[in-house]
Ligand binder design. Sequence first.
Ligand code: NAG
Ligand code: NAG
Ligand code: NAG
Length: 379
Amino acid sequence: MKKWWNWILVLTLVGLLFIVIPLTYPKSKTKDELRPIFDSYIQNFNKTYKYNLTEYETRLEHFCHSLKEIETLNSASKGPEHLRAKYGLTKLSDLSKAEFQEIHLSDEKPHHNRNTRRNRHRGRSDKNYMNDRDAYTVSHQHDNEIHNGNKNILIRKRRAAIPLRVDWREKGVIGPVRDQGLCGACWAFSTVGTMEAMAAINTGKLSSLSVQEVIDCAGLGNSGCLGGDICLLLDWLMLTDTAIQPDNEYPLKLTNGVCHKKANATGVRVKSFTCDDLIGQEETILQLIATHGPVAVAVNALTWQNYLGGVIQFHCSGSPLDLNHAVELVGYDISADVPYYIAKNSWGKMFGTDGYILLAIGDNICGLANEVASVDIKP
Ligand SMILES: *[C@@H]1O[C@H](CO)[C@@H](O)[C@H](O)[C@H]1NC(C)=O
Ligand SMILES: *[C@@H]1O[C@H](CO)[C@@H](O)[C@H](O)[C@H]1NC(C)=O
Ligand SMILES: *[C@@H]1O[C@H](CO)[C@@H](O)[C@H](O)[C@H]1NC(C)=O
C-alpha cells in the first residue's frame, strides 16, 4: 500500500515538473481533464479544502481561469528567453480575479486629489530635489543611450554615469521578504522596508522595524489592513514625528489593532521625503536608487497573480487609476538585455523569485512611475 502511494507521489511530482516548466495547457482541456492537475496543485501548495466539495469545485473553476490566463500571458511574453516573464501556478492561482483584487490588491489607495499628492517634498531643500530638470541638464556629462531592440525602450543617462547595476540587497541593507497575508497593508510594508534600508545605509546596521505600529497608528486616511497610501503614510510620519519602533517591540499581527505607540519610544523617524510622479522621467528613479537608496512605489499588480519570474514588460497598465499595490524598488540592471528594476514584494518568499519581481525600465510598466517615494531619516 505504501509503495503504491509513493509511486503516485513520484508520478505526480514528475508530472508537475512538466506542467510547471513548459507552462502550456491546451485550451481544449475540459475542467474534468484538469482535475488531476488541480489535485496535485492542492497537494503541492498545502491547500486545505480537499474534502470540502463545495469549495473544491469553486476553486477548481478559478484554477481553470488561472490556467487560461497563464497560457495567454506566456504566449504574449517576448524578449530573451532567460529574462522573459514567466507565468505559472502560484499559491494565488486558486483565487478568482475578484478575490485576488479584494484580498491582495485593495491595499494601495492613492489619494484622489492627485494635484495635492503629486510632487510633494517635505523638509527637503530644493538643492536636494533630484527631479530638478535644470540641474539635470546642466550637469550632463555623458549622453549614453541604451536601446532595447523591439520595444524601443530608451534610457538617457544625462548625469555623470550611474552604475549599470545596483542591488541594495548585496550591501546587506534589505531585510527579509515579509508576507502580508490577508492584511492589505502593502503601503506600510513597502514604506517601512524603505525606511529600514535608509536607516541601515546611514548607520551600517540593519534592524527590523514595526509594520504593525504603522498599521495600527497611521492616520490621514490610511486605514490599516484595509489600505493606505505610501505618500500619505510619509506625510503622517513626518507630521506626527512618529518613531517607528523595532519590530520585536511591536510585533506583526496582520490585523487592525489599537495603536499603542509610545510617545518617547526610540525608533526611526522621517526627516524628509519626496513623493513624485516620474512618468517619462525614469532616469530620475534610477538616479534615486543609485545615489540615495531604495524607493517605495505604487503599482498595478493585477497580472501578478500567476507570476513566477522574469521581467514583466507587457499586460500591465500604467494608468494612475489602476494602482492597487505598493512595492519597494531595491535595485536595477540597465546592462541587461531587457533593463529592469528589482522590486521587493510582500507576498512571502515563495512568491516570484524569492519574493522579488522584475519590472522593465522605461515604460511606466505596471504604473511604477506614478508615485515614487524616497525618504531621509533622522540621525
Ligand atoms: C507544504 O508543506 C510542506 C511540509 O510542511 C513544506 O515542506 C512545503 O514547503 C509546503 N509547501 C508550500 C507551497 O507551502
Ligand atoms: C466548505 O466551503 C464553503 C465555501 O468556502 C464554506 O462556506 C463551508 O463552511 C465549508 N464547509 C465545511 C464543512 O468546512
Ligand atoms: C516613557 O514615558 C512613559 C510615560 O510618560 C514612562 O513611564 C516611561 O518610563 C518612559 N520610557 C522611557 C524609556 O523613557
